[in-house]
Design a binder for this molecule. Structure first.
Ligand code: SF4
Length: 402
């Protein structure tokens, strides 16, 4: 088998070609339309080759240039020699009985990141399928209820690693189907997996552009959602750079509690966050965003009282928003418990009475650890947080035993 070296176009890594090594290949997966046009221009090819190749890759899941039948034989050969289409390697995959699918990818450096696909309740063949995509290896923000946060942070994912997650999810429905008859099945994307997407800004925006592009995945802008824990300055940039739906991981209705649950709140408190969210909805850009989705994890006796619900209603009163209550998914040694169903419904009732659309997220994929907040992966932690967390657990266990 020929050994190939893959250059990720988004990683500016100087590769030295050793004697007898095959020439490095350029990975076209995740390359923006502009960069791809430039790539073909450098090959003395017409720019429209870029959109032809994009359609093969993103709409038909084709990775072999010889299957791209509207390219000349000469170009197919040339591309095969110098380029490739390679998503991150699937280390493990698991498909749940309820239609949920989970992939664990091994990315460069050996770390593992997770991606989860959740179908609509009816699990129809062509029904809604939402893919939760990771943007970083681990996460530096350390939200106290989040298992990813306990893994620490290693690095940002590249465009090809981000878009590769969507590519592989769509490909999983294409097995055995002739190339030109294939159809993408993922209907919705949420940038809500491992990591804080606004802290990996350029690759995330470039990847979402490919998701929206008619020659890319062609998803509607309302079906691509970026979820942030509140990196306020980048929210203003996002409003200018791309038109996608916005979700905010809020989880607390006042600064005191949010400082504990979502520590980035100490840097960008609620007043600044809500102001930025309003700016996103009401920006002067003609691309008008209708509302923001508020994510609120329900933690027993922590943030789930009637008082908290009333505070939330006041906080959000001038922000066009929909509220999504998420029953907490406990992970090993988690310091919280899930609120009872009665409590969640009572909380939701207060918000409904205050005029909000408030939904309760149905927990899916529990049997394969694919539920929200369970995206753990395995991260070469550069922050030592995972080690500190493990030490804390061991200390607590010793205290319990003594
Ligand atoms: S909730 Fe999101 S931002 Fe917070 S630690 Fe987890 S992955 Fe990071």
């Amino acid at each position: 088998m020929n050994k190939i070296t893959v250059i990720d176009p988004n990683q500016f890594v100087a590769l030295t070609t050793q004697k007898n090594d095959p020439a490095p290949k350029t990975n076209l997966l995740g390359m923006s339309k502009t960069k791809l046009m430039e790539f073909f221009k450098n090959l003395d090819e017409k720019p429209f080759r870029a959109t032809q190749v994009m359609k093969w890759i993103y709409q038909f899941g084709v990775t072999d240039f010889f299957e791209m039948t509207n390219l000349s034989k000469k170009l197919q050969e040339k591309l095969t020699n110098i380029a490739c289409v390679i998503p991150p390697a699937v280390k493990y995959k698991e498909f749940s009985e309820d239609g949920t699918r989970k992939w664990v990818f091994e990315v460069a450096g050996g770390s593992l990141v997770e991606t989860v696909l959740i179908p609509a309740d009816d699990n129809k063949q062509f029904g809604r399928k939402t893919l939760c995509i990771s943007s970083q290896v681990g996460c530096a923000l350390d939200c106290s209820f989040c298992s990813t946060g306990k893994q620490g942070f290693e690095r940002n994912l590249t465009e090809s690693e981000i878009i590769g997650q969507l590519f592989v999810a769509n490909q999983s429905y294409m097995e055995g189907v002739p190339a030109v008859k294939r159809e993408n099945r993922v209907t919705n994307v949420v940038m809500m997996g491992m990591g804080e997407p606004l802290l990996n800004y350029e690759p995330v925006v470039a990847s979402m552009s490919l998701m929206l592009d008619d020659f890319g995945f062609g998803l509607s802008k309302r079906r691509v959602t970026l979820s942030t824990s509140g990196v306020v300055p980048k929210m203003y940039d996002l409003a200018k750079d791309i038109d996608v739906a916005l979700a905010i991981s809020l989880h607390a209705p006042n600064d005191k509690l949010r400082n504990e649950l979502v520590p980035i709140n100490k840097k960008y408190p609620l007043a600044e966050l809500i102001k930025a969210a309003k700016a996103y909805v009401y920006d002067e850009n003609p691309r008008h965003k209708k509302h923001v989705t508020i994510e609120y994890v329900m933690l027993k006796d922590v943030n789930d009282s009637d008082e908290h619900a009333h505070q939330l209603a006041v906080l959000l009163q001038d922000l066009p928003s929909k509220i999504n209550l998420i029953p907490f998914n406990p992970f090993a040694h988690a310091p919280y418990e899930r609120s009872s169903n009665n409590r969640i419904h009572a909380f939701s009732g207060i918000l409904n009475n205050a005029g909000f659309v408030c939904t309760i997220r149905q927990t899916r994929g529990d049997d394969i650890d694919a539920a929200c907040g369970q995206l753990v992966g395995q991260v070469a932690d550069k922050t030592r947080r995972a080690k500190n967390w493990q030490q804390k657990i061991a200390q607590n266990d010793r205290l319990k035993q003594s």
